[in-house]
Design a protein around this ligand. Structure first.
Ligand code: ZN
Length: 164
């Protein structure tokens, strides 16, 4: 879906690394020549990496050890996932989204076809569970990737503002 949206230019990848590059060039161009590499290492695409459950630094899969539980660290680059605090904000936000979708669908089905109650249970309980877990996984992967990029940017600007 992301690719389809991209082809229609509805979804554009966020290039934080480009902004960082500009800051470096504007800041102390002579000070950190090594940091102004014309070809910086590619940062994995945030959405695609999150969809695959990939590590925010190297992009390799293996962010989760359980359904929605982070692995302690990346098996490929060793990034410590436990040091990030994603919190429960995503879960409470998703309850409203998934609840709204399921409630709307259930009302529509009831008013259109008036099916027996067991059919409602059969449809909505697995759908709500699947949607919640799937979206929670995606949201947590996006949040940890954003937190990782924010910390990387902060560390870089701190290094930039350091003593001469
Ligand atoms: Zn990694």
């Amino acid at each position: 879906m992301v690719l389809a949206l991209r082809r229609r230019r509805l979804a554009v990848p966020v290039h934080l690394d480009l902004r960082l590059g500009q800051q470096l060039r504007r800041g102390s161009a002579g000070q950190y020549p090594a940091l102004i590499d014309p070809a910086p290492p590619p940062t994995p695409d945030l959405l695609l990496t999150a969809l695959r459950g990939g590590c925010p630094r190297c992009g390799e899969a293996g962010l989760f050890s359980g359904v929605v539980t982070f692995a302690p660290r990346c098996r490929h680059c060793g990034l410590d996932f436990a040091s990030f605090n994603v919190g429960d904000g995503a879960a409470s936000f998703l309850i409203f989204i998934v609840g709204g979708i399921i409630l709307g669908l259930a009302l529509w089905l009831e008013l259109s076809f008036a099916p027996p109650i067991w059919l409602h249970a059969l449809l909505w309980i697995p759908l709500a569970t699947g949607l919640t877990l799937g979206l929670l996984r995606l949201a947590k992967a996006i949040l940890i990737a954003m937190e990782y990029r924010h910390e990387a940017a902060a560390a870089l600007s701190e290094a930039n503002d350091g003593p001469d």
